[in-house]
Design a binder for this molecule. Structure first.
Ligand code: KG4
Ligand code: ZN
Length: 331
């Protein structure tokens, strides 16, 4: 049984996984805490993690019908993320691992996101291409096999989730804006405001140009405040260009690497258009598409515990004096 702990950003999450299956999984979201500030306030995030983590663990063990002494290892996110937030999870995990005399497993947050897909699928054909698309990252990896990653491309400026969040904020919506845009876009006309596809060549992404274009449209139209159909059309058009850029580059990577399957993970993988477009392209071009259930796309601890299994199997244990690394690279 592996305990997973995730505190890299604005969710305090703990989970128990046994043999690649989730036993129990709970999460305390800080969204309401940060809403009035329009984004995450690191100091507040850190304090809330401290308050939440102990009671969450007690509740988790109750739900998992498991005692501390039944745990075989503790997997914790060590980076990247907010340093103060990471510190809470890492200090908590270190103390528990030391007291229980069990291995500590240091997990990269993005390896956690990728591992989410293996909670629900154990038959993914390799090589695979993994698109990791969240509020902080937009990366493409080649995975020749399970647990091996080679970076193929990344964003040169904003992450896709960040571009969606900032776009929603320009329209007057609160953080996180990604789900708001997803919802609004369902009633909107995506052809109404044609955005130019950014950075067409290669496998890197860029979203700052479309964000600037959005700001200009909003300033020009001057009816942003109360016109719901305007909001819906602009959300649909803006979402379309961001999602199409993700789809086009991912397929390019898949063809270039002769990959058999596409893995799509991270908070933005919860987006309904991205899920639909990837499935359509998979059917059209004949590759398998694997996307976690939406609750495993956003931050959670089951994915961290799942990533821990590979570390435990390899004997890849972290020293008890490990520190979090806010800018940790996966490869
Ligand atoms: O993976 P995650 O929970 O945290 C990070 O590691 O960043 O991702 C959060 C991001 C936010 O930018 C949020 O707006 C976005 O995922 N997101 C979505 C949707 N749900 C969450 N973006 C688009 N459509 C959604 N349905
Ligand atoms: Zn994340």
């Amino acid at each position: 049984m592996i305990l997973g702990i995730e505190t890299s950003c604005d969710e305090t999450a703990v989970a128990v996984v046994r043999g690649r299956e989730k036993v129990a999984d709970i999460l305390s979201s800080q969204i309401d805490l940060h809403k009035p500030y329009g984004g995450i306030v690191p100091e507040l995030a850190c304090r809330r993690h401290i308050e939440a983590i102990g009671p969450l663990l007690t509740e988790l063990l109750y739900r998992a019908n498991c005692s501390l002494t039944q745990l075989d290892a503790i997997a914790v996110t060590v980076g990247p993320g907010l340093v103060g937030a990471l510190l809470v999870g890492v200090a908590f995990a270190k103390s528990l691992a030391y007291a229980l005399h069990i291995p500590l497993l240091a997990i990269h947050h993005l390896e956690g996101h990728i591992s989410a897909v293996f909670l629900e699928h154990n038959d993914i054909p390799f090589p695979a291409v993994a698109l990791v698309v969240s509020g902080g990252h937009t990366n493409l990896y080649k995975m020749p096999k399970y647990s091996e990653y080679h970076l193929l491309g990344k964003t040169l400026d904003d992450a896709a989730g960040e571009a969606l969040d900032k776009g929603a904020r320009l329209m007057g919506y609160e953080y996180p804006g990604g789900p708001v845009i997803d919802r609004l876009a369902k009633q909107g006309n995506a052809e109404k405001y044609p955005f130019t596809m950014p950075n067409r060549e290669g496998l890197n992404f860029s979203f700052s140009g479309v964000k600037t274009a959005l700001r200009q449209i909003i300033q020009r139209e001057d009816k942003i405040k109360d016109d719901l159909s305007f909001h819906s059309d602009i959300a649909a058009s803006y979402q379309k260009v961001i999602i199409e850029s993700l789809v086009v580059k991912s397929i390019r990577a898949l063809k270039q690497e002769n990959a058999k399957s596409m893995i799509v993970v991270g908070g933005v993988a919860a987006n309904s258009l991205l899920r639909q477009r990837m499935q359509e392209e998979g059917e059209r071009l004949g590759f398998a598409v694997y996307i976690p259930s939406t609750h495993y796309c956003t931050d959670n601890a089951a994915m961290i515990a799942m990533a821990g299994i590979a570390h435990l199997e390899r004997g890849n244990f972290a020293p008890i004096d490990i520190s979090p690394n806010p800018s940790l690279a996966l490869v």
